[in-house]
Design a protein around this ligand. Structure first.
Ligand SMILES: [Zn+2]
Length: 143
């Protein structure tokens, strides 16, 4: 994780940090906030847990859904802040989900301390499965 940290990175991180207390995390008590920068606007999300654990949605996907619902499908950057001492990284499912909307987006990560890490999504998820793979399919079964 080697990108330099910019002022816009820290500004986006502040939006993730601001929304984090609204997370619904009664089971893990691990609250996460996320903020996506897309089309010049900010979209926030929090993790929302569920008694059926598999129904839980991460903060990153919550923010992505808010951005898409507002009409934005090209994300420039996402910031994530969790309860960890080390900067919180997006889980594997979120990496894949986000790659749909820009495999090279900037990813800014923070935690409970002042430590901040910045990288790009293609570093966190090399060789992501993206739309192009489906476009190569001819629609015929090979058998
Ligand atoms: Zn996730």
């Amino acid at each position: 994780m080697s990108e330099g940290i910019t002022q816009p990175d820290l500004a986006l991180l502040a939006f993730a940090r601001e929304i984090r207390p609204k997370a619904y995390a009664p089971y893990s008590d691990f609250r996460v906030g996320a903020a996506i920068f897309a089309g010049g606007e900010i979209f926030q999300g929090v993790n929302v847990e569920n008694a059926a654990f598999g129904s839980t949605i991460c903060a990153e996907r919550g923010a992505a859904m808010a951005a898409v619902a507002a009409g934005f499908r090209e994300f420039d950057a996402i910031a994530v802040v969790g309860d960890s001492d080390a900067p919180t990284v997006p889980c594997g499912a979120c990496r894949q989900f986000l790659a749909e909307f820009n495999p090279e987006m900037r990813v800014i990560m923070g935690g409970c301390t002042d430590a901040v890490e910045v990288t790009t999504l293609d570093r966190l998820l090399p060789d992501a499965f993206v739309r192009g793979y489906l476009d190569q399919h001819d629609g015929e079964d090979d058998e």
